[in-house]
Design a protein around this ligand. Structure first.
Ligand code: LLP
Length: 448
């Protein structure tokens, strides 16, 4: 089921493997828009997403989950752009958020509080209050201290807070250590053995409406068997709590379904649905999943321009105008995103290049790519599978503007976030009178 394919590293200029990313007359198009045409009006680097790819992924996933009755809450952290959220909301998606900022984004995108789940390991009281004010569907609580904070805030507001307890099932998701969340040594969730006492406490608190349990074991999970282990543990826990007279009506099964960054098919959501069916379906609970990457990852590219080709003794390095501040994944997780030249090489010549960004850090390297056409300054490239955790993780490090984001739909495109300018950033920094006087050059000289 559900082929979810993206460009390959080994065949740049060849078959991109993606329905929405195709070469026509040797030029790379996303849906029916030539990416070079966009780059003539939008300065690189910029992100570009296919509406069709997002829609298709959402519809594929929700169709796979329909027989098991699970609904989808998109993990906003993967791509928080309002237009992307709006597109998913129009399809019926709820949202999974982890901060007050993401909450406001989801609300502005038109998602009602009743379709928003508040996850995250450290929620501020002000964020909890705002979530309760907008009628949040559920707050996933990650510790007893946080439960106490929700009791306080709900009490002060005179409302009952719908809470789920996030369980740490102590299951290894088999993914990168930095995106594993379900082992006992990870900071997330509440240990299985502590859940009964805490759920009993929640049940006894008039300020709380304990609705059930939540679990999220990690991200970029390609071998789905850890889900079976985690969900089986949750099912046992539900039976135990119910045997103690504690009602459980909802299960939030988390996100994490992986995609292939190299080639081949992504995790099979039909197989995932089968695991849900075999582990938790018969518990008679409302089920929700919180995918991020699977829905939007393959739908996006980061478009960049070659600044220089630098020859050293042992290699050719292509310095591009996108850096680790724009796409952090290679630097943080050693991720390799596929590279597609915007123009194919007629002769089919191929070269091996290291591709590096301009940021002053040795880790600002995208990888070494074989089979690229000869590259020159001014040529443009697209990094594939950049729709998730790309723009949403970008920073302004090295004084670099946040890249623009563009959405394509059929033969149309529009800028859905303008490039953030240096002027806009500078406007946040107000040099007040006392700073000017106490840090005058004279003072500094005395200090030294
Ligand atoms: N639910 C919770 C509670 C989460 O913490 C996450 C992701 C998700 C859902 C969505 O997971 P997904 O379906 O996207 O795998 N920056 C990393 C990924 C961090 C994921 C954090 N939590 C990366 O670029 O690979």
């Amino acid at each position: 089921m559900a082929e979810h394919v993206m460009a390959t590293v080994d065949t740049p200029g060849g078959d991109t493997g993606s329905k929405q990313l195709v070469y026509r007359d040797e030029a790379l198009e996303i849906e029916r828009v030539c990416i070079d045409t966009i780059a003539r009006t939008v300065p690189t680097p910029f992100y570009c997403y296919s509406s069709d790819a997002i829609r298709t992924a959402y519809l594929t996933l929700s169709a796979a989950l329909k027989p098991v009755g699970a609904s989808v809450c998109f993990a906003v952290k993967a791509n928080a752009n309002l237009s992307v959220l709006g597109l998913l909301a129009d399809l019926g998606s709820g949202m999974d958020i982890v901060s007050g900022g993401e909450l406001e984004r989801a609300l502005v995108a038109g998602v009602p509080g009743s379709k928003i789940i508040f996850s995250g390991v450290g929620k501020k009281r002000s964020e909890i209050a705002r979530a309760l004010e907008v009628g949040i569907h559920q707050i996933n609580v990650e510790s007893e201290a946080e439960l106490d904070a929700v009791i306080d805030v709900a009490g002060a507001l005179g409302v009952r807070a719908p809470v789920a307890l996030r369980v740490n099932p102590d299951v290894d998701a088999g993914t990168h250590a930095k995106i594993s969340t379900g082992k006992k040594e990870d900071k997330f969730g509440i240990a299985v053995q502590d859940i009964p006492a805490l759920y009993t406490k929640a049940f006894a608190a008039p300020e709380l409406d304990p609705v059930g349990l939540a679990v999220h074991i990690g991200s970029q999970i390609l071998d789905l068997s850890p889900y079976r282990a985690a969900y089986s543990r949750i099912a046992d826990l539900v039976r135990l709590l119910r045997s103690q007279g504690l009602p459980i009506r909802r299960l939030d099964l988390g996100g994490g379904i992986g995609i292939r960054y190299d080639h081949g098919t992504s995790a099979d959501v039909g197989e995932y649905a089968m695991i849900v069916r075999e582990t938790v379906r018969n518990l008679d609970c409302e089920l929700t999943v919180e995918p991020g990457r699977w829905l939007v990852g393959p739908a996006g590219v980061l478009v960049t321009e070659v600044l220089y080709v630098k020859k050293t003794a042992d290699r050719l390095t292509v310095i591009v105008d996108a850096g680790m501040n724009d796409l952090m994944r290679p630097a943080i997780y050693g991720a390799v995103h596929p590279v597609l030249p915007l123009k194919q090489d007629r002769q089919g010549n191929s070269h091996t290049y290291q591709i590096a960004g301009p940021v002053c850090e040795s880790s600002d390297i995208f990888g070494t790519y074989r089979d690229l056409p000869p590259l020159r300054s001014g040529d443009r490239l697209a990094f594939g599978c950049a729709g998730a955790y790309g723009a949403s993780m970008a920073s302004t490090y090295n004084g670099r503007d946040l890249a623009a984001e563009v959405l394509v739909d059929g033969d149309r495109f529009r800028v859905i976030r303008r490039r953030q300018t240096t002027e806009a950033l500078l406007a946040l920094e107000d040099e007040t009178e006392w700073q000017v006087s106490s840090h005058s050059p004279t003072d500094l000289r005395h200090a030294c």
